[in-house]
Design a binder for this molecule. Structure first.
Ligand SMILES: [Zn+2]
Length: 275
């Protein structure tokens, strides 16, 4: 596991700890301390910071970038036909492929900015697998999980103001990173968020014409992919079996949507060779 991208990792931790898991699918109370307009502004700023980070290299290989763009386009179109249509219309969607074959990670900002690391590709196999991950990330952004999480941070009275939490990406402080990564106060929320993103992501992928069963295979492969240490994408995810059980429970609804959908071509993803 490489941790040479502290700023990026911090970003992931704050906005989208990509995996987790929940015992309950929804929670009633939403704590959102900033407006959607402010959320967009903060997201734009954080995105610019990330793309300008000298440690971040974007892939320019069409074999890697084209599938990501193709799948994202269909998922976002599906989001615009969903119950979240208004929200999906208002976001400033953008997706990049980060050239980093060693990192199994993907993340999203609530303003609609999404990144996937090329290290995820071997876990995904096909564009349906990619759709499972992109659907999950789009789900986080639609449901404003990053904002909710940051709002939680503030009320946890940790001495950080909200803007500082979002924008504290520039002067990276170990304290903030540690807090974001290990803050136990946020864990239950995270699990709930992960489960919500799994559910919405599954339905979005199916509506977009991708086989929802791929999601199960993706999580299975990721859980099995390493000897002992889990991949980064799973490192905060303690209850793999519960996640699979949830996906199985939601699958009939997703399959029904998939059967009705305009099917997407399901091409193989490129092989990534790690030196
Ligand atoms: Zn997630």
């Amino acid at each position: 596991m490489r941790f040479h991208l502290p700023r990026l990792l911090l970003l992931c931790a704050l906005f989208v700890p990509v995996v987790g898991q929940a015992d309950h699918d929804v929670h009633q109370t939403r704590l959102l301390l900033i407006s959607e307009e402010e959320e967009l502004r903060i997201s734009r700023q954080a995105w610019t910071n990330t793309l300008n980070d000298p440690n971040v290299t974007l892939s320019i290989n069409p074999a890697e970038t084209d599938p990501v763009l193709r799948v994202a386009e269909r998922i976002i179109a599906a989001a615009k036909r969903s119950d979240y249509a208004k929200r999906a219309q208002s976001l400033e969607w953008e997706i990049v492929t980060i050239k980093d074959d060693d990192t199994q990670n993907a993340w999203a900002l609530d303003g609609g900015k999404i990144a996937i690391h090329t290290g995820m590709f071997p876990m995904l196999f096909t564009e349906s697998g990619l759709a499972a991950v992109i659907g999950h990330e789009v789900g986080h952004a639609l449901m404003r999980h990053g904002t909710e999480r940051a709002s939680q941070h503030r009320t946890a009275n940790v001495g950080l103001n909200l803007a500082g939490l979002f924008l504290g990406l520039d002067p990276v402080t170990g304290q903030l990173a540690n807090l974001a990564i290990t803050g136990g106060v946020l864990l239950p929320f995270s699990r709930s968020h992960e489960s919500e993103a799994d559910h919405l992501g599954l339905l979005l992928a199916a509506e977009a014409g991708y086989d929802p069963e791929a999601a199960v295979f993706v999580w299975e492969r990721m859980a099995e992919s390493s000897d002992g240490a889990p991949p980064e994408f799973l490192s905060t995810h303690p209850a793999h079996d519960t996640r699979i059980a949830n996906l199985t429970r939601w699958m009939p609804e997703a399959v029904e949507m998939y059967e009705r959908s305009r099917k997407a071509p399901d091409a193989l993803l490129p092989d990534i060779t790690t030196p």
